[in-house]
Write a protein that binds this ligand. Structure first.
Ligand code: PMP
Length: 285
């Protein structure tokens, strides 16, 4: 079903074919993207998504199509026009369209698009059941902190997970846990919540930030350090975070039960805390 589409300052619907074949996003993956969640047409954690988008655009030298306030008002306009109450907005900004050559000129006009999609977020049963993962070798480039559209390694790892009958791939680099193919990973080790530090090996997840702040706010110690894959066997709980998943327990990795094989108390508590934080966003408009 078509829904609202924003492109370069105007609104249309997703029925309209809007991109040129020589757009560098298509030809070179020369683009960054963002995904935020909305509930009752209210964006959730929009400021964090804007900050990451802005940082990514600056990192790959694409001129900003918005400032923070025009971004927020464009997204609110889009949500007013959208057909659904709850869903996700996909945003992509590419360097723009030009005759194909690797060199890009400094005065290109970026292509900025955003569209909404209905999305069914995990229900209470799914959040209690959790997900299963398989490990996959992390073969991505060394700027995973930039949310670029070059998702082929992630898509192939996800496909391997699907073929194995599980939900998500855990990307492992020389025995070190990086993150999920589309999520950040946390382990509870000796009563401490541990997750990979922010560096070039992982995406700085917006949900990750909230999970860390919520845990610390509850007096739970959080360590941002690299986890060896062997340490996962001794984790009392494992969970992943993502915009579309929230806080999601991981109950099996590579066919072996982990974190006790069921959702743990800390994960349950953080799920509730994140739901509350989202409800506060909705209430605050
Ligand atoms: N890591 C990767 C590789 C991802 O694609 C995502 C989802 N965008 C995440 C982590 C989670 O990020 P967020 O919480 O901002 O959705």
């Amino acid at each position: 079903m078509p829904d609202v589409l924003y492109i370069n300052g105007r609104f249309t619907t997703t029925d309209e074919r809007v991109l040129g074949v020589e757009d560098r996003g298509f030809l070179f993956g020369d683009a960054v993207y963002e995904v935020f969640k909305f509930l009752r047409k209210t964006p959730i954690f929009l400021a964090g998504h804007w900050r990451r988008l802005e940082r990514g655009l600056r990192a790959i030298e694409i001129p900003l199509p918005w400032d923070e306030s025009s971004f927020a008002s464009t997204m609110r306009d889009l949500l007013e026009r959208t057909a659904c109450d709850d869903g996700i907005v996909y945003i992509e900004v590419s360097r723009g369209e030009a005759a194909r050559t690797h060199f890009y000129s400094d005065d290109m006009k970026p292509t900025a698009i955003a569209y909404s999609r209905r999305y069914t977020f995990p229900d209470a049963a799914k959040k209690a059941r959790g997900i299963r993962m398989i490990t996959q070798r992390d073969v991505r480039w060394r700027h995973c902190d930039v949310k670029s559209v070059n998702l082929l390694p992630n898509a192939m790892a996800k496909k391997a997970a699907q073929r194995a009958g599980v939900d998500e791939a855990l990307l492992v680099d020389d025995g070190l846990v990086r993150e999920g193919a589309s999520s950040n990973l946390f382990a509870v080790l000796d009563g401490r919540v541990v997750t990979h530090p922010l560096d070039e090996h992982i995406l700085p997840g917006v949900t990750r930030d909230h999970a860390i702040a919520l845990a610390r706010g509850r007096g739970i110690p959080v360590d941002e350090r690299v986890i060896a894959v062997n340490e996962l066997h001794s984790a009392s709980e494992i969970f992943v975070t993502a915009t579309t998943l929230g806080v999601m327990p991981v109950v099996q990795i590579d066919g072996r039960a982990c974190g006790g094989g069921t959702r743990g108390p800390l994960t349950t508590d953080l799920q509730r805390a994140l739901d509350d934080a989202e409800s506060r966003e909705v209430a605050g408009g």
